[in-house]
Design a protein around this ligand. Structure first.
Ligand code: B12
Length: 477
């Protein structure tokens, strides 16, 4: 079967660090490998960087099945748009939609004002299994209602689940991603000043229970690991700048040690590696960090710091404490890792909460950090609990940089303090790290690109930019 895999265009990614992070559609590359192994012909298109129109792509490849990956809830509008474009080009193409955000909250498609008429199936599980089963059924004209984890249209704009949800895949059977399938777009993939960048996965899932995160709820609190052999083969195939997208890196110390040894033994070394981990894990893993450090010239860890206070951490169900934050920062720095991370700004913040955060950042020199506004993501229990409070159901505003309800402080003051918080970071081109220092860190060929990103990021520090998109009406008494 000819299968077109689509990463949707970014329609709404203009706030936050999104312009700094443009990465490959790794999920689609895993699906491509599985489909190719079953004899299907596959193309991936990344509509963020694709110059051809959807109609032209369809005319030249003539797919029988098109699958759109809706990873972030903000991609829902583009996903619906692409589904319509595909059907307009050729109504006989079967259109399937999957990916984290719609799998966690399929209602986002069902309830859309645009309507989900162009969509023939919503897939709520891992694509490697579902897509193979779907192709097989379509090719052999078998009914789809025996395929688990599918939502099929009922004809009245709604969708109904085919049966029980899929079993999670056994990771040893998951083939490494098809890297070649996105070669044409590689030069566009960047993280901060590193370009081009490869993303890599060694683990799926997370067992912690952070209130704001949809990952553990989606993967049912389970962590599964790719085999050290597959990770090592992938590590050797990819380029020099690597963002490991695992949500809980170094989750299992024993397995992490085995993997570290396997990667070291491969002889492959990178220019830059970024991993995402937790402070409690890193604070007790100095030996593991020492083992991993030689794998890259520059090695950064991204921590979800979330809050500088015990009260703040508890309210987010972080399951950690401030002493562990400080210990993790110490251990990471001592072992030569770059410390980066994120803090969460609660709409309920008082002036004092902002001041405490600034003091913490200054005292521990945490200038390579970002700040997101506490947002109940669809598919989380928190979203269901906060429903009555939420005043915004436009998914483009769920980028963690918009307010979904009125803050405790007057809204102008909230955004003033929020922007002042961003001004304390290295991104402030008039502040701690001057713009020209960023530019000296990139290849001459990439200076123009870096300058554009820096200019765009200054918007993060401009309260007017946020206020222009704030749409919550004053309550009528
Ligand atoms: C890498 C990543 C990014 C990258 C972008 C990746 C990309 N290519 O677009 C960057 C860093 C830019 C990013 C940014 C943001 N991200 Co992000 N990101 C991730 C992360 C860590 C990994 C995604 C990934 O590559 N997974 C690995 C691959 C293998 O899995 P996958 O894509 O899910 O694909 C599998 C299945 O979903 C399925 N599948 C996928 N597509 C399809 C299609 C079909 C038809 C089928 C059948 C199956 C299927 O099969 C695949 C293989 O099993 C996830 C966490 C997570 N674990 O999902 C968060 C996550 C997706 N991000 C999240 C968020 C909130 C954001 C930001 C808002 C954060 C911010 N601070 O600004 C921004 C928004 C960006 C935007 N679009 O505006 C949330 C999304 C929540 C939600 N419900 O929307 C997540 C879940 C993190 C979290 N802790 O909650 N992100």
């Amino acid at each position: 079967m000819r299968v077109l895999l689509i990463k949707p265009r970014h329609l709404a990614a203009h706030f936050g660090l999104a312009p700094f992070f443009r990465t490959e559609p790794l999920g689609l590359e895993y699906i491509a490998s599985a489909l190719t192994a079953h004899g299907h012909q596959v193309r991936i298109v990344d509509m963020c960087f694709e110059r051809r129109s959807m109609a032209k792509i369809i005319r030249s490849f003539r797919p029988e099945l098109a699958a759109i990956s809706c990873l972030h809830i903000q991609d829902v509008a583009a996903t619906l748009l692409h589904a319509e474009e595909i059907k307009r080009a050729d109504a006989s193409i079967f259109v399937a939609v999957g990916g984290h955000s719609v799998a966690a909250y399929p209602q986002a498609l069902e309830q859309s004002q645009q309507g989900a008429r162009g969509i023939d199936a919503i897939c709520v599980g891992e694509g490697e299994g579902i897509m193979v089963a779907l192709c097989d059924a379509l090719q052999n004209r078998r009914s789809l209602d025996k395929i688990p984890s599918l939502l099929l249209p009922t004809g009245d704009g709604r969708f109904t689940l085919t049966g029980d949800a899929n079993e999670w895949l056994e990771m040893e059977h998951v083939l490494p991603p098809d890297r070649e399938a996105i070669d044409a777009y590689r030069k566009h993939y960047v993280c901060l000043n590193y370009m081009p960048v490869w993303t890599m996965e060694t683990t799926r899932g997370c067992w912690h229970r952070c209130k704001f995160c949809s990952v553990w709820q989606f993967y049912k609190g389970v962590c599964r690991y790719h085999s050290a052999q597959n990770v090592s083969a992938d590590f050797q195939r990819i380029g020099k700048n690597v963002f490991v997208i695992d949500d809980l890196f170094w989750a299992d110390p024993e397995r992490s040690e085995e993997l570290g040894h396997a990667l070291l033994a491969s002889g492959e070394r990178k220019n830059w590696i970024l991993v995402q981990s937790r402070v409690d894990l890193v604070s007790r893993s100095a030996d593991l960090l020492r083992l991993w450090r030689p794998l890259a010239k520059n090695f950064d860890i991204f921590f979800g710091f979330e809050s500088p206070t015990r009260k703040g951490l508890n309210s987010l169900h972080k399951g950690s404490d401030v002493a562990k934050t400080l210990e993790a920062v110490r251990v990471a720095r001592e072992q030569g890792f770059g410390v980066t991370g994120n803090f969460i700004i609660d709409p309920d913040f008082s002036e004092q909460d902002f001041y405490e955060l600034w003091e913490f950042i200054e005292a521990h020199q945490l200038f390579r950090v970002g700040f997101t506004i506490l947002t109940p993501l669809p598919g989380t229990q928190y979203f269901e609990q906060a429903r009555d409070q939420i005043k915004v159901l436009d998914w483009s505003q769920y980028d963690l940089h918009h307010l979904l309800w009125k803050p405790r402080l007057p809204v102008e003051r909230f955004f003033e303090l929020y922007c002042e918080t961003w001004r304390r970071t290295v991104l402030n081109s008039a502040g701690r790290k001057k713009w020209w220092r960023w530019l000296t860190q990139v290849d001459l060929r990439h200076i123009g690109h870096m300058a554009r990103i820096l200019i765009r990021s200054q918007k993060l520090m401009n309260p007017r930019a946020y206020l222009a998109e704030y749409s919550i009406p004053e309550e009528v008494e």
